[in-house]
Design a binder for this molecule. Structure first.
Ligand code: HEM
Length: 212
């Protein structure tokens, strides 16, 4: 879970930073998107980096979900009799539900997101427009429900990440000492918050007309 989670976090940080280039204007954003397709050229064919990223992402998501299901099965086997008293614990309640349903919302989001921003199938500008034009068209106020879906998905990603990071720290045995424990809890929250704010900045600024 932790290794595939780390791969996904690294991708998210890179993707979030790339998206922030929208604030530097159409030229900068499209240049960056173009670079993603042509990096390594002419030694390597176009889309080499993107294709490797896509394969690694698909594998990481599949293995992450497989690990989640097998861990849940192992936990159920280890404790066939349910707890008599339901405590508001990390292990059973809010966090587990957030991870399960949040995970499903994130997968649905990624499917919509690829149809919207990569293939242009559900984007008003279609697949032939520049990445900048697709971004601007995708978050017009008339399509507020798309923006809302992105915002909900980003909050889900933030919650998923906060709990995921925290679980990874616990699995590594780093959370035994109270001071370190508190610092890591805060660290997980800060990293997740930075990611959510960095991701929602572009859609929100487009929706309110700050970025046109
Ligand atoms: C508000 C949040 C986000 C925005 C505005 C956004 C924007 C974009 C844009 C514009 C592209 C197309 C880039 C291009 O054509 O060069 C893209 C591609 C992509 N995004 Fe996002 N993204 C967001 C969040 C996410 C999240 C949270 C994930 C994963 C969980 C994600 C996964 C991807 C993937 C897999 C691609 C395709 C990369 C490829 O072409 O192979 N995005 N995104």
């Amino acid at each position: 879970m932790a290794v595939t989670g780390a791969v996904l976090v690294l991708f998210l940080l890179g993707h979030m930073l790339g998206n922030l280039k929208i604030f530097l204007g159409a030229g900068s954003f499209n240049h960056y998107a173009d670079w993603l397709r042509t990096v390594g050229s002419p030694a390597l064919p176009d889309r080499t980096l993107l294709t490797i990223t896509e394969i690694v992402l698909v594998l990481a998501v599949a293995l992450h979900m497989w690990a989640a299901v097998s861990l849940a099965r192992r936990a159920a086997k280890a404790r066939p009799v349910k707890y008599a008293a339901k405590r508001r614990s990390q292990a059973g309640g809010y966090a587990t539900r957030t991870m399960r349903y949040g995970g499903v919302i994130i997968v649905l989001f990624v499917i919509w997101h690829l149809l919207d921003m990569t293939f242009g199938t559900v984007n008003p500008e279609g697949g032939d427009a520049t990445p900048y034009d697709r971004m601007i068209a995708g978050f017009q106020p008339g399509r507020w429900w798309v923006g809302l879906f992105y915002l909900v998905a980003m909050v889900m990603i933030g919650l998923h990440l906060r709990h995921g990071l925290w679980s990874a720290f616990q699995s590594l045995g780093l959370t035994r000492r109270p001071r370190v424990r508190n610092a890591l809890r805060a660290g997980a929250a800060v990293v997740s918050a930075v990611l959510v704010v960095g991701f929602v900045a572009a859609p929100v600024c487009i929706m309110i007309g700050v970025v046109k």
